[in-house]
Design a protein around this ligand. Sequence first.
Ligand code: WT7
Length: 633
Amino acid sequence: MPAEKRELVHPSPSVVAAANVQNLDELRRHAANDLEGFWAERAREFEWSQPWDRVLDASKAPFFKWFVGARTNIVHNCLDRHVRTARRNKLALIWEGEKGDVRTFSYHALNREVCMFANILRSMGVKKGDRVTIYMGRIPELPIAMLACAKIGAVHSVVFGGFSAEALHGRIEDSQSNVVITCDGGWMNGKIVELKKMVDEALKRSPTIEHVIVVKRTGQEVQMEAGRDYWLHELMQLPIARGQSGGNRCETEQMDAEDPLFLLYTSGTTGKPKAILHTHGGYMVGTATTLKWVFDLKEEDRWWCTADPGWITGHSYLVYGPLLLGATSFMYEGAPTYPYPNRWWSMIEKYGINVFYTAPTAIRGLMRFGEAWPNRHDLSGLRLLGSVGEPINPEAWRWYHRVIGKERCPIMDTWWQTETGMFMITPLPVMDLDPGSATLPFPGVEVDILDEHGTPVATGEEGYLVIKRPWPAMLRTIYGDPDRYVQQYWSKYPGLYFTGDSARRDENGHLWIIGRVDDVIKVSGYRLGTAEVESALVSHPAVAEAAVIGIAHEVKGQAIHAYIILRSGQTPSEELHDAVIKHVAHELGPIAKPEKLTFVTQLPKTRSGKIMRRVLKARAQGLPEGDISTLEE
Ligand code: WT7
């Protein structure tokens, strides 16, 4: 929270006049007084094959249940119900490849593709509850595969295409998937990312996998293992794709509201990523409501969420949220600077994007190329902008607001997590903004900022951010590890959800997120656990011990600084330095590459042997080391 006197940014009158939500105070009151009634009203905007008996069951908290007894399928509400109406001819998805190729899908066409894909999965024996791992580039078949899984009740686990074979292997193993969906390769920065090759490597040690479905994207040579690997375009030609009754139809499996929809792995305090589990009913109601209210999507809007579907932002606000609202989304395959730094701005102009949602790291990255690039394009179609993933520094906020939004478009700075499924702290278009603050909780969300003992801190003081009441899109558990779910999120303060973030509240009541308080580093908005990176470091044969910390980085927000102790007999050298960095990229993926690597002979440790990263951080920043009474000699 900047110390100088700040002036709030008031919303533009035209945006306010058009806003979907006008009676915000009334809605806040309704949610505060009658949480269940509030969410029930939202849920009634969807089709359920059976209504709920109860909105919320907290009897086994923190294993909350929403819309108890209700039946639906999120895909029924994303596709089936739209294709019965005039929306069938509306564009659901406009996609552009990095090389400029374009594909579009009406709701009818998207539904047809999803049905055929779902028929193929069914014919391969994929059943309700089975896990399917998806590891792909940013192409339309990625959302199509997700929807196909959900349609037949299978649980998708999307692994970001930037992760390594090793990371992929761990996630296939943990989820016990039987099927992997991938593509030959993906285009990124003019180069091919060899996804199928990574899958081959990962599968050497994944005996549960029976089938691999491969989408042809780049066309380069890949190995296909007979009896295991199948080209999607060939499967699509088979009669099975047309479905049992023909006509490319496929029945949507009716699910319990609480049945799992997907797993998504995210980093935490231990070396092992955890699978966050979300469900059909509550997730549907939470994502659609937040998107409709915060980004104010209108029937005729074109929405662009730049996130990869491999992250929660892509799941909630590129795939499910927009389709639930019957909106038109834009999706782009490649890098924002390919071939020039105006690529994004040119597509905003070309496709007439009205609402644009991206991350601070991207803004800062594009800011460096100067204003001339965006200024070459007509961005006047934009009405609202958004930001997510880390705190947006006021300088980047102002550039985004002035250069991209022409001081006309409010910026919705949305705070949320993989675990929350939906926006939790965020402005709405009618609200005053304070650059760098995510402002206030969404209606029905109640937060607090606590000290170590659970006492609320005073205005302006920093403390732990907690959430006080359940919300429909909340995670239900960590797949396969319910104890860890309780331990991680509900144990620090019994009855309260622990976010892992610290925050402050200012004199206007606005919330300022400071950052993670656990051992999580946010590199370009991506979540990485220090333990994961450290375990990748020590898996290099020359490394004995390792510690990593987050250091401030101008574009990435945070970057990784690794400290390593070599095994005896090894000596520091430039080659070893580069080899260790390369090894981490190979083990975890390029995003985990340390920015800096320092050879040391000792690491600050407590007498019990725990590495004191706090001390390393203080030293790196030249700050006082704080209480080091527990530091070993
Ligand atoms: C963590 C969650 C939620 C989608 C992408 C990230 C940080 C997220 C903001 C924001 C300040 C933010 C928090 C949070 N974060 N959005 N608007 N302002 N910090 O999902 O990978 O689960 O990371 O991202 O530290 O805990 P995620």
